[in-house]
Design a protein. Structure first.
Length: 407
């Protein structure tokens, strides 16, 4: 399969890896992710300090996540049918404009509406960039490239919360929100400068759209269900650990901050380490093994008597998480027809996003009724059960691009 393009440099699989494109996307992703989290942290602080309470903050989180889940089928089709350069430029301009308006908005309802609009743009740009990566590098370099791009986003996530706190304290909320608006210009730069491009998919030559359903591939189904189950637990733990660390373990806010950052540090290490793996190692069993590692770290963490022990355990869990992220991208790239990559990444991301939101919403009532230590242990054990339950589906998996994997 190939994409029809006027630029011979933009063929589906390059003869040599285009590392300048990889680093361009990585840099742009770091900037935009940092801007997204900078805005999210700033707006949460604004709503909390304005006395709007937990309902407004919950509405903000819902607005940021719901479009990614609801609009995924439409966004995936758009990504597979439209020109990637056009999408990146238009979405970058639209999101920059929305962020600019957001910087001068104070009404909580309007803030939530604007955040939802930003999330609609992310629903398109995220699978657009993911679908471009397999076209930038040779199959042997795909793991390394995916790891670099995953790492760049995680670095942005690490920087943003602290930067938001500093900027809001020194300048007020407007400056970080203006920085967020400027960060979307990175998408425009990627669209203009990137040599790799998805233009007209195979339907231009065949007269139809490539048929695809993620759930027709049992390996992708298994890893999606398993990852979603673990992400739901991790989402809940993001609520549980505030009470577990601060109240049960009696740690300071500084220690809590270090613990919260340690999982992302592990993800960075895992994403970088996985680039050294041979392509044949990226299997469904690898995903389930790394999910089990994440859950073992969580279960072990639930038994500690001091918050300091959580830091190495959370780094270990994050390490597995980083490997899972890259491995899932590799499996989707290998097992899905190239013209359907946009739909595949959209459906996968939407399922994970929905699971994360479900975990967050379930955590609130649970933390009021049960001991935080018990809840952290239960979340880890539930993830282990999910990974074990999915193992039979991937044990005798068909090879990539097998007929049933393509629907």
């Amino acid at each position: 399969m190939s994409f029809i393009s006027a630029d011979p440099a933009c063929t589906e699989t390059p003869q040599t890896s285009r590392w300048p494109d990889v680093y361009l996307v990585a840099g742009g992703r770091a900037i935009t992710v940092c801007g997204d989290f900078l805005a999210a942290t700033t707006l949460a602080l604004v709503l909390q300090e304005s006395g709007h309470g937990g309902l407004a903050v919950s509405g903000l989180m819902l607005a940021a996540g719901l479009p990614l889940a609801v609009l995924a089928p439409l966004a995936g089709r758009l990504v597979d049918r439209a020109d990637s350069r056009t999408l990146l430029i238009l979405m970058g301009l639209a999101q920059a404009a929305v962020s600019l308006v957001l910087a001068f908005t104070t009404h909580p309802v309007l803030i939530i509406v604007l955040v939802a609009l930003l999330a609609c743009g992310l629903t398109v740009t995220q699978p657009t960039l993911q679908a471009l990566v397999p076209r930038m590098v040779t199959p042997d370099d795909l793991a390394r490239a995916s790891g670099i791009i995953q790492t760049s986003g995680q670095v942005g996530m690490l920087i943003a919360p602290a930067l938001a706190g500093i900027l809001v304290g020194l300048t007020g909320p407007r400056v970080p929100l203006l920085i967020d608006a400027a960060s979307y210009l990175a998408l425009i730069a990627i669209g203009l400068l990137l040599r790799t491009r998805r233009s007209r998919p195979e339907r231009a030559a065949t007269g139809g759209v490539v048929a695809f359903r993620l759930w027709d591939d049992r390996v992708l189904t298994a890893i999606t269900v398993a990852v979603a189950a673990v992400v739901a637990g991790v989402g809940a733990i993001n609520v549980f650990d505030v009470f577990f660390i601060r109240e049960t373990l009696g740690a300071s806010s500084i220690v809590y901050g270090f613990v919260a950052a340690s999982w992302t540090v592990g993800m960075v290490a895992g994403s970088l380490a996985v680039g050294r793996f041979a392509p044949h190692r990226f299997t469904g069993r690898m995903v389930l093994a790394m999910l089990a590692l994440c859950c073992v770290a969580v279960v072990a963490g639930s038994a500690v008597g001091s918050a300091g022990w959580l830091i190495p355990l959370w780094v270990l869990g994050g390490f597995g998480n980083g490997i899972v992220n890259v491995c899932c991208s590799m499996l989707i790239a290998a097992r899905v027809p190239s013209a359907a990559h946009g739909r595949a990444f959209s459906v996968f991301s939407a399922t994970i996003q929905t699971a994360g939101m479900a975990g967050l919403f379930a955590a609130g009532p649970l933390v009021e009724a049960f001991d935080p230590r018990l809840l952290v242990a239960a979340a880890g054990l539930a993830g282990l059960v999910a990974a074990a339950a999915c193992l039979p589906l991937v044990r005798h998996s068909p090879p990539p691009n097998a007929p049933h994997a393509r629907s």
